[in-house]
Ligand binder design. Structure first.
Ligand SMILES: NC(=O)C1=CN([C@@H]2O[C@H](COP(=O)(O)OP(=O)(O)OC[C@H]3O[C@@H](n4cnc5c(N)ncnc54)[C@H](OP(=O)(O)O)[C@@H]3O)[C@@H](O)[C@H]2O)C=CC1
Ligand SMILES: N[C@@H](CC=O)C(=O)O
Length: 436
């Protein structure tokens, strides 16, 4: 039997992901030691409550509530507590004490990434975060390393497993958002506060991380346009379904030219949109994620797989852990973050999108002409208006087909329609993304 040296690993958090990381580390200890050339010794696991039930059967003596003491003496610290504090302070303490860090905490990276990366760079520590986007899907390292020599123009993806699970359930079983969210939470997909998922915050944090990596610039979380799925109704999902579309929460990160000045910049945005059923993103079911990357030389690339869940995400965490541990054995520099370019981040109002608007109006003479007039004022042609009349309610449903306009124009059109006395409600205004 080979006597390996030990690398001390401190784990902060043993929830959905952390408990599976600990289990796999203990179960696969010998195999990982062979791959690394050193034994990963789980020094301890910091939690809030050492007696709380866990998803995995782990030795009780590993648990502590004293994260600060656990960090001291650790070679590698894995942060899987989530949230900003105390995670930020603990990660900084770990770096200052000479440890490398692995984290899956996108909220932390999207808000304090520059501070954490600078602290790590100053002391030559590694800060790895593959699990922060796409769960099990390798997407961080491909963007950071494999595609570092290419020019990425666009990323279009589904990056939140919980909302994809919910929208998929609403589409395929007619379940309510609340019921589907309860199931996603039971399955360990949702954040500790699921508002982060359904409000689009989690996807926006991931968009900030992806666009910063892809465009080698700092895209702060405040610059990411965010809309969640809380306003998506069963009726909207159903009408999209009847029209051959499915509603998905999308993250779009793209390099573009300012429509007014031609200046190059980037846009990062998250919103629910209709995707045609023939588009590959429509076939992303359950808590799976998919990320399309369009790179100038590589062409289109697609990354697909489990986007959430304790076991799949543990795979990404362990991948980072093994990569760092190998460096402890073999020496040599780790991978670095890009030196940042200064690209402006465009406001959503400058983006051009395709969208569909559904209006409910009283079926009165002249309604169509009034609405057509409002639309014409906002540059939407009358020819794009379709009308159906419900015989029982007497209401007219008017659907503006696929129309392309600047986001600023879209919000003005919707506001003008909503204010018109002939309009009962703007039942739905939803973007359409992805070619059919
Ligand atoms: N769940 C998923 O599918 C994915 C999650 N992630 C990210 O991974 C991280 C962990 O997620 P997840 O496992 O779902 O989170 P959980 O909420 O399930 O687990 C959090 C763990 O951290 C511990 N913890 C929280 N706050 C403290 C504190 N102040 N002091 C000590 N321990 C603390 C909790 O302790 P206790 O158990 O005692 O309460 C718990 O064990 C998050 O950043 C999340 O965004 C990334 C990809 C996928
Ligand atoms: N809550 C997140 C977990 C993974 O990042 C999600 O649902 O995607």
């Amino acid at each position: 039997m080979i006597e390996y040296r030990s690398i001390r690993v401190a784990l902060l958090g043993a929830g959905s992901v952390g408990s599976q990381v600990a289990r796999l580390l203990l179960e696969q200890g010998d195999e990982l030691a062979g791959r690394i050339g050193a034994r990963l010794e789980l020094a301890g696991v910091a939690v809030r409550d050492v007696d709380a039930p866990r998803d995995a059967d782990l030795p009780r003596e590993l648990f502590t509530t004293d994260a600060e003491s656990l960090i001291l003496g650790a070679d590698i610290v894995i942060e899987l507590m989530g949230g900003i504090e105390p995670a930020r302070t603990l990660v900084l303490q770990a770096i200052a004490s000479g440890a490398d860090v692995v984290t899956g905490n996108k909220a932390l990276l999207a808000t304090h990434g520059p501070e954490l990366f600078a602290a790590a760079e100053q002391v030559g520590a590694q800060l790895s975060y593959e699990a922060s986007v796409g769960g099990a899907i390798p997407i961080i390292r491909p963007l950071k390393d494999s595609l570092a020599g290419d020019r990425i123009d666009r990323i279009l993806g589904i990056v939140n497993g919980t909302t994809n699970f919910i929208l998929d359930r609403m589409d395929t079983t007619g379940a309510s958002l609340e019921d589907a969210l309860a199931t996603a939470t039971e399955l360990g997909y949702a954040e500790a506060d699921p508002t982060a998922d359904i409000g689009g915050y989690d996807a926006a944090q991931k968009a900030a991380i992806l666009s910063s990596l892809a465009f080698h610039t700092e895209v702060p979380i405040e610059a990411v346009h965010r809309e969640g799925i809380t306003s998506v109704t069963a009726a909207q999902v159903e009408s999209a379904r009847r029209a051959g579309y499915v509603v998905k929460l999308l993250a779009i990160c793209e390099r573009l030219a300012d429509p007014d000045t031609g200046e190059e910049g980037v846009s990062a945005r998250v919103y629910p949109a209709m995707v045609h059923r023939s588009h590959p993103l429509a076939a992303v079911h359950g808590a799976n994620n998919a990320v399309f990357v369009e790179a100038a030389a590589a062409g289109p690339l697609m990354f697909y797989g489990a986007g959430a869940g304790g076991v799949p995400t543990a795979s990404a965490v362990l991948g980072d852990l093994v990569a760092i541990a190998r460096r402890h054995v073999l020496g040599g520099p780790g991978t670095a973050e890009s030196t940042h370019a200064e690209l402006p981040v465009f406001d959503i109002g400058r983006i051009t999108t395709r969208y569909s608007i559904t209006i409910e109006a009283a079926d009165e003479p002249g309604v169509l002409a009034t609405i057509a007039h409002i639309l014409a004022d906002h540059g939407v042609s009358v020819g794009e208006l379709e009308q159906t009349i419900d015989d029982t309610t007497g209401r007219a449903t008017l659907v503006i087909g696929t129309h392309e306009a600047r986001e600023s124009a879209l919000s003005q059109t919707v506001a003008a329609l909503a204010e018109s006395p002939v309009v009962v409600s703007v039942a739905s205004a939803i973007r359409i993304e992805g070619a059919e």
